[in-house]
Design a protein around this ligand. Structure first.
Ligand SMILES: O=c1ccn([C@@H]2O[C@H](COP(=O)(O)OP(=O)(O)O[C@H]3O[C@H](CO)[C@@H](O)[C@H](O)[C@H]3O)[C@@H](O)[C@H]2O)c(=O)[nH]1
Length: 506
């Protein structure tokens, strides 16, 4: 479509949960338009993207340009090897977000170089919703910025509105109304991460979030990793609240995942690898273990790329899993309060736990990182105990796998609320790090959801319906082009006609 020599520059936030959908969008734009796409980021994250592209490109795909921006964590008082939020202790995350504004000047240099070399500015910049500063930089070289939320519509709206309004500060009770949502919808204080709960407009977090989100909302438009069909109401509320054109270009997942061809193991990885780290287990052994179990019987447990639970919660979860009759795969990390990169210690689990589950082929513990997409698309996987990070949500639903929610941070609690209340594909087990979850509750919910009848079955049927909608929205060929593919085509058309109407930059 359109002119082949256009260039789009993309600026993801430095976290796996953001880099992964940005890369998927870059691939989608390349496939659909043939434009040059550049992803710019700090050296560590660019290396990660490079290794991901190299390990998963089968068959090889057209190039995506990767540009390293100069960025030194030491300049911001951050320890070495902390260019990605994954490696940071909780108390440094706020500082890390603030440090990300240091990318503004290097991005300005990059865009100016492109203008000098190509004789025109890039068609647009697509920047993370946390990079509101990108608006001004894009304008300064004569192009527009689109703000990309890697979350869904409901979660993004809740997150944006909470930071901009801090409604819980004025609420007389633990329940409160959130601007942008219907009057009947109430949020609860326990759905707010401690950073947000403590925010009052003067703290480090508010000082970063409020201006960056406000600036993002002055962009040319807003991109959301969702589809019209799966979040129709939330999209209506989002559009009304942010008063920007919203293009729904999701679900951003590998085509093999959406067309079902990933179900059998082909030898090449469809899951994203983690920078500089070996996965905790080979994909092959994981899938062989799943082959031992009957269809829909296995629970998969993972808290995403950067979250973990507390030591006491980890114990209760382990006992609950052992007591439940269902087999499980658990991606296990040091609990909160311990070095994220520490070797796993047996004492974090009940005595003899690992041997017991190994002997009975009852469970598989995977250290740090698992081939999530392959696990979710295996027929034995029956439910996903998840922190409700949006990528995990989309990956699970794209395979018709219902969710047991345990939201921990960011917008995860709003995703969890929407999945349970609006979509009917999930039940929330607990939320946050403070909850006193008991093994009995774990066992009860796991058994309920994996069960092939009753509520578990209803959730599975709903998840299968969502899977169908997601797949339809992403259909790229044939008569019925999906809504998300149409949205991307429409975005490109809009940008090209804006370019034609404007005088070229002298
Ligand atoms: O063992 C693992 C763990 C994770 N993943 C992948 O890593 C990604 C994790 O993304 P997500 O589920 O969204 O979780 P986070 O990494 O926590 O994502 C951050 O970014 C998301 C998108 O903005 C937000 O929804 C979350 O709240 C925020 O924490 C997914 O693609 C997973 O498939 C693996 O492949 N193997």
């Amino acid at each position: 479509m359109g002119s082949q020599n256009e260039h789009i520059v993309m600026l993801p936030f430095m976290a796996h949960g953001h880099l992964i959908p940005f890369l998927a969008l870059a691939r989608q734009i390349r496939r659909r338009t043939g434009f040059t796409v550049t992803i710019a980021n700090t050296p560590f994250n660019i290396q990660y993207l490079r290794s991901t592209i190299n390990s998963s490109s089968s068959p090889p795909e057209p190039n995506i340009c990767l540009v390293e921006l100069p960025f030194s964590v030491a300049d911001y008082g951050l320890p070495a090897n902390t260019e990605n939020s994954e490696n940071l202790p909780l108390d440094l995350i706020g500082k890390f977000f603030t440090a990300s504004t240091g990318l503004k000047n290097p991005v300005h240099c990059l865009l100016s170089d492109i203008v000098a070399k190509e004789g025109k500015p890039p068609l647009c910049v697509i920047s993370d919703v946390f990079f509101g500063w990108a608006n001004e930089v894009a304008k300064s070289v004569g192009t527009v910025n689109l703000s990309f939320s890697t979350g869904g519509a409901y979660g993004s709206l809740a997150y944006i509105s909470l930071w901009l309004n801090l409604p819980h500060r004025q609420a007389g009770s633990d329940k409160f109304h959130l601007p942008g949502f219907p009057d009947s919808c109430r949020f609860h204080i326990t759905q707010l991460h401690q950073f947000l709960r403590n925010a009052d407009g003067t703290d480090l977090w508010s000082k970063f979030m409020q201006p960056q989100i406000s600036l993002s909302l002055q962009s040319f438009g807003f991109l959301c990793n969702t589809a019209e069909e799966i979040e129709p109401l939330a999209l209506e509320w989002l559009r009304k609240y942010i008063k920007l054109s919203v293009w729904t270009i999701g679900p951003l997942l590998p085509p093999a995942v959406l067309n079902g061809s990933s179900i059998s193991f082909s030898g090449s990885s469809i899951s994203i690898q983690r920078a500089g780290k070996q996965p905790g287990i080979s994909t092959k052994s994981c899938l062989e273990w799943l082959d031992l179990h009957s269809p829909g019987s296995v629970l998969y447990i993972s808290f995403g790329s950067q979250n973990s639970i507390s030591p006491s919660q980890m114990m209760e979860l382990a006992i609950g899993l052992e007591e439940s009759s269902k087999p499980f795969i658990w991606v296990i990390r040091p609990p909160v309060g311990f070095d994220r990169k520490a070797e796993f210690k047996a004492e974090w689990l009940p005595e003899g736990f690992e041997e017991l589950i190994n002997n009975r082929k009852k469970g598989l513990l995977v250290r740090n990182w698992a081939p999530q997409l392959e696990i979710l698309s295996h027929k034995s996987t029956g439910a996903f105990l998840s922190h409700c990070g949006w990528n995990s949500v989309l990956e699970s639903l794209s395979q018709g796998v219902p969710i047991i929610g345990w939201p921990l941070a960011a917008e995860q609690a709003y995703n969890s609320k929407m999945l349970a209340e609006e979509m009917g594909v999930s039940v929330e087990l607990t939320r946050g790090l403070q909850s006193n979850i008991t093994w009995k509750e774990v066992k009860k919910v796991v058994d309920l959801v994996i069960e092939p009848k009753g509520k578990g079955n209803d959730m599975r049927n709903r998840a299968m319906e969502i899977r169908k909608l997601m797949r339809a929205s992403a259909t790229e060929e044939g008569e019925e082009i999906g809504s998300s593919v149409k949205a991307l085509d429409d975005l490109v058309k809009t940008l090209l006609s804006r370019r034609r109407e404007n005088k070229p930059i002298a």
